[in-house]
Design a protein around this ligand. Structure first.
Ligand SMILES: Nc1nc2c(ncn2[C@@H]2O[C@H](COP(=O)(O)OP(=O)(O)OP(=O)(O)O)[C@@H](O)[C@H]2O)c(=O)[nH]1
Ligand SMILES: [Mg+2]
Length: 479
């Protein structure tokens, strides 16, 4: 008891003049107490030293990897691929939470189809009716920056945009069947906003954020199972609407609009609509492909942790998945100084797309600007740099469908509109940015990826993971 009092009064080697016992009486200095207090003091110092050592070791075994890139570049999809490889059980446990999110993806697709059909047939065929003053192609003239890519920003004149044969003229029967489908699907579509709000946990929407977005830990929240009240109503509504959704998706007018690229659905919408019969079943549980295809915007920075074993040593692998929209990027900076590695994702299929948050900026152009900022950021100078040119499957599909790169990226010129040429062209531009702007002459590890392809992505993940850990070992001297 007395020793405890002595320790509490300081671990000094000089003997106290007197020691106050718990009872409040004063005891004379005692040699036994001095030695005992010194011994305990030494033990505590030793423990502190060991604890500090343990913390240092843990920090050295901690590998912090940031996933960066614009919105929809595939960061969260890559995070899910890491989870499939290193923590498949946790993804399995989360599957029920994804059900209302998959359902939301379908409700949104149905709403978009009906809205765009409305828009399409409320337009006249008169070219003068096109508004050139606003919208995604509106800023006239090309842009040219460090990345030296030139993008087409002007909306093509309507007569070039739509050849006469491309004007859709539905038959009376088609118009009638569409009107009927619309009436029958309205109750489902009416649930869109309340489901979005329920899934987003009541967070209000801000510029650049549309649809549903999530913060850290949402899978463990109240959406576990069938979700909240609205999610249950939506599941029932989907079950009843299955045939109408199938009919709408297969409708001649929708097919024509898809072929003519007049229907701007989210990229994963066709996958979910093709699978509506399975997904609308009452006992539906999302599978791994469903989870990978889901579109859910990330808000802020979400940390995911997996233990990774390399050569018998366990590493604490921390992935930071960030929101990529412009309004979200300021939140990345506090994580930079500690980052072991950056995996930068650039969707190279996006040459014909523009930012949701700034419809004047071509997505490839934005990716190149963002990559320039990352390469030249001094806070990141020690971070290992990996570049993933993603969505190669979609790039192939667009080129196969005859979409010309030159129409959107004027500097592409007359090069062949073939996958190998286009992929090399974009790779050269990203490598050029790295060569010119990198703060510390780092190596750049570059991969072409198609993030929905589990087999191909898993082998890349293993390579990238090992390369990052090995470089970390080299830097920290850890063995
Ligand atoms: N076809 C195809 N789709 C992909 C690929 N990578 C991602 N996607 C899809 O693209 C959509 C957007 O992917 P996310 O991973 O949510 O994008 P993100 O970068 O996390 O976006 P934010 O969270 O908004 O910053 C999802 O529907 C994915 O399924 C790919 O390589 N090919
Ligand atoms: Mg995300």
């Amino acid at each position: 008891m007395a020793a405890a009092v002595a320790v509490a009064h300081g671990r000094s080697s000089s003997a106290p003049a007197s020691i106050e016992a718990e009872s409040g009486i004063l005891l004379p200095p005692n040699r036994f107490y001095d030695e005992e207090s010194q011994r305990i003091s030494n033990l505590i110092d030793e423990e502190l030293r060991k604890e500090q050592q343990r913390q240092r070791e843990a920090r050295r075994k901690q590998v912090k990897v940031m996933l960066l890139g614009q919105a929809e570049s595939g960061k969260s999809t890559l995070q899910k691929q890491f989870q499939i490889y290193y923590a498949s059980q946790s993804l399995d446990r989360e599957r029920p939470s994804w059900k209302p999110v998959v359902h939301f993806n379908i409700v949104k697709a149905v709403k978009t189809m009906l809205d765009e059909i409305d828009y399409e047939f409320s337009q006249t065929d008169d070219p003068d009716d096109y508004d050139d003053s606003d919208g995604e192609f509106s800023a006239p003239g090309p842009s040219s920056r460090a990345n030296e890519i030139t993008v087409e920003r002007r909306r093509p004149p309507p007569q070039q945009q739509l050849r006469p044969t491309e004007i859709i003229r539905p038959t009376a029967a088609e118009t009638e069947s569409l009107a009927l489908l619309r009436t029958r699907l309205l109750p489902l579509v009416a649930l869109h906003d309340s489901l979005a709000s329920e899934l987003s946990g009541g967070v209000s929407f801000s510029r650049g954020l549309t649809g549903v977005f999530v913060r850290a830990g949402w899978q463990g929240g109240r959406l576990r199972g069938n979700g909240g009240g609205v999610a249950i109503i939506v599941a029932k509504a989907l079950d009843s609407a299955r045939e109408d959704i199938e009919a709408l998706w297969a409708h001649g007018v929708v097919r024509q609009m898809m072929n003519l690229r007049k229907l701007r659905l989210e990229e994963s919408a066709p996958f979910f609509l093709d699978n509506i019969a399975r997904i609308s079943q009452p006992d539906y549980l999302p599978n791994v492909d469903d989870v990978l295809n889901v579109r859910l915007q990330t808000l802020g920075v979400i940390e995911h942790s997996f233990p990774i074993n390399l050569g018998g040593t366990m590493y604490d692998w921390r992935l930071y998945d960030v929101g990529g929209a412009r309004g979200q990027r300021h939140a990345w900076v506090p994580y930079f100084e500690d980052a072991t590695a950056i995996i930068f994702l650039a969707p190279i299929s996006a040459f014909d797309q523009y930012l949701d948050e700034d419809p004047r900026t071509n997505r490839i152009d934005d990716s190149l600007q963002l990559f320039t900022a990352i390469c030249s950021n001094k806070l990141l100078k020690k971070a290992h740099l990996v570049l993933m040119l993603n969505k190669t499957d979609l790039l192939k599909a667009k080129l196969k469908a005859g979409i010309r790169v030159q129409k959107y990226i004027t500097s592409y010129g007359n090069r062949p509109n073939k996958y190998d040429d286009v992929a090399s062209y974009f790779r050269a531009h990203f490598m050029q940015v790295h060569k010119r702007k990198d703060v510390s002459n780092r190596s750049l590890y570059l991969h072409f990826t198609s993030m929905l392809d589990i087999k191909a992505t898993q082998s890349i993940i293993v390579n990238v993971g090992e390369a990052i850990i090995r470089q970390h070992i080299a830097q920290t001297g850890l063995t």
